[in-house]
Structure formats: structure tokens, C-alpha cells
Design a protein around this ligand. Sequence first.
Ligand code: NAP
Length: 486
Amino acid sequence: MSDPMDVLAPEHRRLRIGDSWRDAASGATFAVEDPATGTTVAEVADAGVADGLAALDAASRAAAQWASIPPRRRSELLTATYRALTDRSEEVARLITLEMGKPLAEARAEVAYGAEFFRWFAEEAVRVEGRYSTAPAGGYRILTVPKPVGPCVFVTPWNFPLAMGARKIAPALAAGCTTVTKPAAQTPLTMLLLARIMEEVGVPAGVVNVVTTRRAGEVVSALLADTRTRKVSFTGSTEVGRVLLRQAADNVLRTSMELGGNAALIVCADADLDVALRGALVAKMRNIGESCIAANRIYVEEPVREEFTKRFTERMGALVVGRGFDDGVDVGALIDGPSVAKLDDLVADAVGRGARVLTGGVRPDGPGHFYPPTVLVDVPDDARMLREEIFGPVAPIIGFTSDDEVMAKANDTEHGLVGYVFTRDLQRALRFAEGLQTGMIGVNRGLISDPSAPFGGVKQSGIGKEGSHEGILEYLDVTYAAIDLP
Ligand code: NAP
């Protein structure tokens, strides 16, 4: 089989700035690793502040022309990107697996999901509308005109190397904004490939710029301090989100923040247990558990707790751990050594407080950053894994006896991204949907991500929405014109 790196020629492992692919001004590079083997798979340019500002300069120079291109043309370029990603799904997926570690089947699913943002926003690009109305007192008319906010800076995480960028770039371009994206240092290759694909389909120079760097703090803060930047959209940890919000305040930037989660998954005694098991497995194990919407705490009502736990543990124990490229693998490598060490710490902490491990819990020897699917019971409320984002294949199961009790526990977190509830009782489902303090809720479903739905959190899980009609509004300002008409 060919080398997954063949898809990205050496000249495209550099910074994408305006119409050029170039080295960092300093000439510095950094290594990208395969997390399944620990080997270096590529070197990419390590941008400094000057390179970041050069990318912003390109985005700023392209802004007026991109905003004035007919929406239909912008839409066609987004559709062409969707088609190219779909046609080249296999090679994009292999690059994702190489740098991020997820099983190839999940990487293919990410390409389909990421590509859909381009299709969805190609359709939204031609449906940006203002309003015209008579002022209530008469005498003049009110006209609202949506306009692109201007050059945007995007900072993305490593867990979905394509999709987390796609769901910012697609709506921004649809709205008429130009962009500078800084992908995670651990997974820069997929974003460079996306920029190359968008160049090939004819997206004009300067509209999509990509800056890879190991100096995120320095480069991003310079970008946010520059008055040519008009918007920052970030996906990553709440901790870094707070830093960027502070920096954005100085320049009064529009912000979208997609931050961390601590999802409760609630299984009621009246649930269809097969549906609940399937949903819990997806919600916990999709993307090796390295997902902001992963089920972090699984609450099961006492009458079905034992049966659910037994069947869930069997399924978790049967999952195959291994290199994402190997046939039959369900659980790939985690992103790095510290992620594995964190899981070890969380499990040790819970066990130290009286929890029992039913399966997994012991990291394997050998190369790569692997951790087995793990189930714990008797996890007390003060265990760290119930308060922190686990971000891996570890599932604590906790019993509950009343809806009020489980609702209070589910909401006892600074996060508010998503919740899940499994029940056949419609009223119960609606009470949870209304009572859970989250931006999203899965009802009898463990998978909720969809480009046509508004994704985003409340509380300290973020600000703003990605996807759906709301997604494009994040990239539009509204000018209001008062038109005299006595
Ligand atoms: P992270 O450490 O916050 O990093 C995310 C991005 O921010 C990376 O590109 C990183 O660059 C950059 N960064 C780090 N420090 C920075 C700074 N001081 N200034 C500017 N940029 C900085 O998060 P992660 O570990 O990559 O991703 C996991 C987190 O993302 C989890 O909390 C997860 O819940 C969250 N997430 C949320 C969503 C959502 O939609 N709500 C979706 C996916 C993930 P480097 O790579 O160079 O460090």
C-alpha cells in the first residue's frame, strides 16, 4: 500500500500564505508523529509571528474582492471542495489516521462529516438575506444588510483534524470572509491538504491561509492584537478559550468558542436497553473517546443498572485496540503519552476512592499511545473523572434513583456542551431536554453531530454555534439603514 504522506507533496508541507507555499521566515520546522508508532512522518514549517502576520496580510488583501464575488460563485467553489473531498475521501482519511491515530473507518466518517459542511454552506451562501420594514411610527423605512465580518482567525484542535477546520472555513467563505487557520501542532497535515485541495478547485489566493506552528501562544496573540482581524473562532479546551477571550477583548473581536465538555449520559429504567447500549457505546467510544461530546459520566437508573453494566462491559471488553490502519481495529492510538498518563491518573484516583475496574484499566506495553476500553463502577461523586474531561476510552457507570437527583448531578459542572437521555417516556425525555443545562441533547441517540444542526455549548463550554443556519450568522454583521420616506 502507498505511503499516506504521498498525498501531500513536500512543497505543500509548508505555510499556505496568499498564492504561495513557503517556508517559515526563520527556516524552522517541526516534526509530526504517528501516535500509533511514535515515528516521525513529516516535517512542517514552524511559523513565527512574522509569518502569521504575513498570512493575515494576505487574508486582509483578499477580503474586499472575496466579499464582492457573487454568492453563487462562492457557493460553487464550496461545492467543488465538497466534491473533491468526497472523491478523494480515502487519501484524506489515510492522512487523518496517520497523524491522529483514529481507525480508518472513523477517519472516513470524519471526511464525510467535514465535506458536508462545504455542501451545507454552499447552500447557505445563496440564502443570506436582510429585511425591509416600515418603522413603527412611520416616516421612514428600516433596511438590514448582512455583511461579512471580515478576516477571521481560526484555531483548531487535533481530535478532528479536518472537520473542526471545515466547520469554520466553510461558513466563513460562504459569508464572504477570508481566513487564517492555525491547526493543532500535532495534526497540521490534514489542514494543509485541505488548503491544497481548495487551491486546486480554484478558491482564490488569500482566502484560505494556513499557518502551522509550535508557538501557538505567540503567533495567535499577535494575530488577535492586529486590528485587521475581525473575528476569532476557536475549538479546544476551556482553559485556552479563556485566554483567547481575554485577548479578543482588547481588540473587541467577534468570537465563537467551542470548548470542553463533561457530558452526562442518562439511561432510564424504561429505556430500550439495546438502543441505550448502542447509543452509550457510540457516545463514549466514537473517536477513541477523544471527543468534546463524549459521554463522560454514565448514569443508569437502579432497576437496570446491573444488566446495563454487564452488557456494556462485555461490549467494551470486546473492542479491538490497535493501529488505525489495521483491519478490524475499533480503538486506535491516543494522541500522545501525556493523554495516556492522564487516563492512568484518573483511573488510579477513582480506584483510590473506592471504584472498581470491570474491564481494562491497564495500559499495554510497547510503542504507541494505547489505552484499553475501561469500565468502572462504584465511582464516588468526588472522583476526578466525574469532574474533568476524560478524553479517552474510560467509562464510569453510576447508579441513580430519581430524576431530580440525576438532573442535579448532571448539571453540577462548569461545562454545558451536551447531554444524552435514553427513555421511552416522551414527557420524561422532554423534562430532561428542558432541564439539562447544555447546548445540545441526544434523545435515544449517541450521535448528534450534523452539519445541518446548530452545534455548540452553554456555560463554560462555549459561545456561538457551528453548522446549520446559525453557523453562517457567526460570520455576518448587520448594517441597518434608516431610509427617509414620509
Ligand atoms: P487545546 O490544548 O486547547 O488546543 C487547541 C488549539 O489551541 C491548538 O491548535 C493549540 O495549539 C492551540 N493553543 C494552545 N494554547 C494556545 C494559546 N495559548 N494561544 C493560542 N492557541 C493556543 O485543546 P486540544 O487538546 O487540542 O483539544 C482538546 C480540547 O478541545 C478538549 O477540551 C475538547 O473538549 C475540545 N473540543 C471542543 C469541541 C467543541 O466543538 N466544543 C470540539 C473538539 C474539541 P497547539 O496544538 O500548538 O498546542
